[in-house]
Ligand binder design. Structure first.
Ligand SMILES: [Zn+2]
Length: 572
């Protein structure tokens, strides 16, 4: 333990010794040609001539026609992608529109914005007519210029339901192998805009499903050259995007496919108008559009002038403009964070070596605790399969959608009943298993170690989400007071609930709504079965730890298991 603490303390020193210069590309010195008035006009036309352009609405496809006509008027080669998606258990028709401005090279940059709007809004002026307006103005100016790279200007559909258009594009675009970078402009028109923020996360991928460092640096540098502030994601945001893998905006599916991609959005936003009828042109300013548009233009110009774009560095932590942790350092850091747990587990198990039968019986108990959770999860998936719970292509409905407040009681009752019945049966079965305090503690640590190592492999950044479990559970059992053990065992769950409350707050949901939202996330497999299973393992280990707090303490001498007792172990 002392060794691992010493290593943890020494770690920050290693960061400074091993950090390398960050990848940057040279910023173009050309003056941007972006015309804020034209961008404003495009935004207003989409906003006010095509109100209620939510997925499946008439104005959604009419706005696609308008985007196509507008891009054709610039002389671009225009294409359309038609596809369908299941939302609220119904089939909807969606359409992407893109215009190509060919360069000398086949390598492609995709500039995109989402044309669809949330079903709870009318104009969707900021979200995201503003992005489409700026994207169309970029299409106009680049169609009149010579450029080396081929530029694709893309108006996506279905962003509000899980980046469906961006996902369809990146999986079906004929020259997808030639795309070297992409970015989205989303919510870049608000008159209160002070700076631009960056989303860099991937969509339901692993640790390397994240924007390359050079692209984030390019946005920051391009903004700086224009005297704008572009804020790179802080450490909190990097961990949040890595752990959740939600991708709130269109860059996610591109990063998932290994194509460097970010989304630029104006900050701060106005929560009151987000996804409501108030998201209208009254709040849109040309000045804000210019900030996003010019930054985007500078980025395209700089990539176009660079002979080769950098590669690499998708797994990293950006600390500031000068410092970052490389992939190997990220893995080392997370491994060191888990080290005390692995050591404690090893010591615990090696101490139990002579009594492996008691370890086995406590493992059986853990498996019995797992059963009700797994049964409930299987029943939940089945309710979707049998059409009892609404089916969604990828994500539940967007924030503020009335569906998020409309609990479907029948499937929920089925899931709860399955949990309670299998839980009662498992409880009766586990009473027949031989019980040992120290062995149970060991099995809980083993379960936590397993969950941590699996997380380390699946998505190394998510180890951070397990740190409360690791550091509160390690001392359980060392503390001799029952009350303290109880607090230590239960505290990580409170932190998890606080995290859930935070997510609920983002989605503007109350406690009941937050639980319903998690059910939806599970049913759409946005919380993947693998992550659900890992949490089930944690929850079961936590339940066993809690049971320890009520049982006899290890400090009281327990009678060594006799032969007859040991035999009872295998009669569950
Ligand atoms: Zn949006």
């Amino acid at each position: 333990m002392a060794i691992s603490i010493a290593i943890l303390i020494a770690f920050p020193l290693c960061i400074f010794l091993t950090s390398e210069p960050q990848p940057h590309i040279k910023i173009s010195t050309q003056t941007p040609a972006f015309d804020e008035e034209k961008a404003y006009d495009f935004t207003r036309t989409l906003s006010q001539n095509f109100t209620r352009r939510n997925v499946g609405a008439v104005n959604d496809s009419k706005s696609a026609d308008w985007c196509a006509e507008t891009m054709r008027s610039f002389g671009l080669e225009v294409h359309r992608q038609n596809f369908t998606a299941t939302l609220y258990s119904k089939k909807f028709d969606l359409q992407n529109v893109y215009g190509i401005s060919r360069g000398k090279s086949n390598e492609i940059i995709v500039v995109m914005a989402h044309r669809d709007a949330a079903p709870t809004t009318l104009e969707g002026a900021n979200d995201d007519a503003s992005g489409v307006g700026a994207m169309l103005e970029l299409a106009r100016i680049f169609s009149m210029q010579n450029h080396t790279l081929t530029l694709v200007f893309l108006a996506t559909d279905g962003e509000e339901y899980g980046m469906l258009g961006a996902k369809y594009f990146v999986e079906n675009f004929p020259q997808r192998g030639e795309i070297v970078a992409s970015f989205e402009l989303d919510m870049v028109g608000l008159n209160v805009t002070e700076y631009l923020g960056i989303h860099a996360g991937g969509q339901l991928g692993g640790a390397d499903s994240y924007a390359n460092l050079w692209l984030i640096n390019l946005a920051v540098d391009a903004g700086r050259a224009l005297n704008y502030t572009v804020a790179a994601p802080g450490l909190d945001m990097q961990f949040f995007e890595h752990i959740t893998q939600i991708s709130w905006v269109d860059q996610g599916p591109f990063n998932r496919q290994g194509i460097p991609s970010i989304t630029l959005g104006g900050q701060p936003t106005i929560e009151r108008i987000y996804h409501t009828l108030d998201d209208a042109m009254d709040y849109i300013s040309g000045r804000a559009l210019k900030m996003g548009g010019e930054t985007a233009e500078k980025m395209v110009l700089s990539m176009d002038e660079a002979a080769v774009l950098p590669r690499g560095t998708r797994v990293y932590l950006r600390i500031n403009d000068n410092l970052y942790l490389s992939e190997s350092m990220v893995y080392l850091l997370m491994f060191y964070a888990m080290l005390p747990l692995l050591l404690k587990t090893f010591l615990c198990v090696s101490k139990q070596k002579t009594e492996s039968s008691v370890l086995k019986s406590e493992t059986v108990r853990l498996l019995l605790v797992l059963i009700p959770f797994i049964v409930a999860l299987i029943v939940l998936y089945s309710t979707v399969q049998f059409g009892l719970l609404s089916r969604f292509e990828l994500y539940p409905p967007p924030p503020k959608d009335p569906f998020l407040y409309d609990l479907q009681e029948v499937p929920l009752a089925l899931v709860l009943a399955a949990f309670l019945v299998s839980g009662a049966l498992a409880f009766i079965a586990q009473r027949k298993v031989f019980s040992n305090y120290d062995a149970r503690l060991c099995v809980c640590l083993l379960a936590l170690s397993f969950a941590s190592l699996a997380t380390f492999v699946l998505n190394v950044f998510a180890v951070v989400a397990l740190l409360p479990f690791i550091y509160f559970w390690i001392p359980v059992g060392v503390a001799k007071k029952r009350a303290l053990n109880f607090v230590l065992a239960v505290l990580p769950f409170f932190i998890a609930v606080a995290g859930l409350a935070f997510l609920g707050q983002i989605m503007e949901l109350d406690a009941k709504g937050s639980i319903w939202y998690v059910v939806l996330l599970l049913s759409t497999e946005m919380i993947t079965p693998a992550s659900a299973l890992l949490f089930i393992v944690l929850a079961s280990a936590g339940a066993l730890l809690l049971s320890l707090a009520f049982s006899q303490s290890s400090s009281e001498p327990a009678a060594p298991p006799t032969v007859s007792r040991r035999n009872r172990t295998f009669k569950p």
